[in-house]
Design a protein around this ligand. Structure first.
Ligand SMILES: [Zn+2]
Length: 245
């Protein structure tokens, strides 16, 4: 796809170099675990990656634009790359990408103490995590430009990201909002809980957990009916208001 292949040691050195340059250029990111980041930082990373890993492949070949965004909406995915479906018919200078990086995954990174991986590589810090996710999305952009389509489940992508960045998996094991919540409150789906509602305690069980818990409570006028014909009403409750019973 693009004829570049590095060994793992070189990749590590290049990442370390990018980190140093990023600390210099970024107004926000000065350490591995930062508490401020802006979309500008993603543009800085893009230029650094192009220079350090890609021999200015983008600068030389790419005439379109990439819009980088930090997303609060992305929850399961750590990043996302989109472009128009008919990219093969668009004149090069009009080609546009939107690359989103999930803020949740960065902000939650240190909230649970376990080993995290992105693309099969251990991420030891927020910056590692950001860069590994960024590399994945960058490979999507390259594949779109060369092949007019891109799938990280398929071989061409897998070869590309392995050769360029040593990533051997297309998935991540970062910390989701859900895991943070489970960790903090010790609650999981299926648990029986109670909570105060209009001055009274209501009992129920946790159906699922996202940012809040969905709690199903027996209620004759509820709209949800289980296999035994019992009626439930659904409540959304912040985890801090739930008590295990
Ligand atoms: Zn992907």
């Amino acid at each position: 796809m693009i004829n570049i292949k590095y060994d793992l040691k070189t990749i590590e050195q290049k990442r370390a170099f990018i980190k140093l340059k990023l600390f210099e250029k970024s107004a926000n990111i000065k350490t591995e675990n930062f508490n401020k980041i802006s979309e500008k930082d993603l543009y800085i990373l893009y230029e650094l990656y192009d220079e350090v890993f890609l021999n200015n492949w983008f600068k030389k070949n790419f005439k379109g634009i990439i819009i980088f965004k930090l997303s609060k909406q992305l929850t399961r995915a750590a990043g996302n790359t989109r472009t128009k479906k008919n990219i093969d018919k668009i004149v090069p200078k009009d080609i546009e990408f939107e690359v989103k990086i999930s803020l949740n995954h960065l902000m939650n990174f240190n909230k649970v103490d376990r080993t995290k991986y992105v693309g099969g590589i251990e991420a030891g810090s927020m910056l590692d995590s950001l860069m590994l996710v960024f590399e994945h999305e960058l490979c999507h952009v390259i594949e779109f430009l060369v092949c007019f389509k891109s799938s990280c489940k398929k071989k061409p992508f897998k070869d590309l990201i392995l050769n360029l960045f040593g990533q051997s998996e297309s998935t991540h094991e970062l910390i989701s909002v859900k895991e943070v919540n489970l960790n903090k409150y010790g609650l999981k789906p299926g648990d029986s809980v109670k909570f105060l509602y209009d001055g009274k305690y209501i009992n129920g069980f946790i159906q699922r957990i996202n940012k809040r818990a969905t709690v199903m409570c027996l209620d004759n006028s509820g709209n949800y009916i289980d296999k035994s014909g019992r009626h439930y009403r659904k409540y959304y409750v912040s985890l801090e208001f739930l008590m295990k019973i």
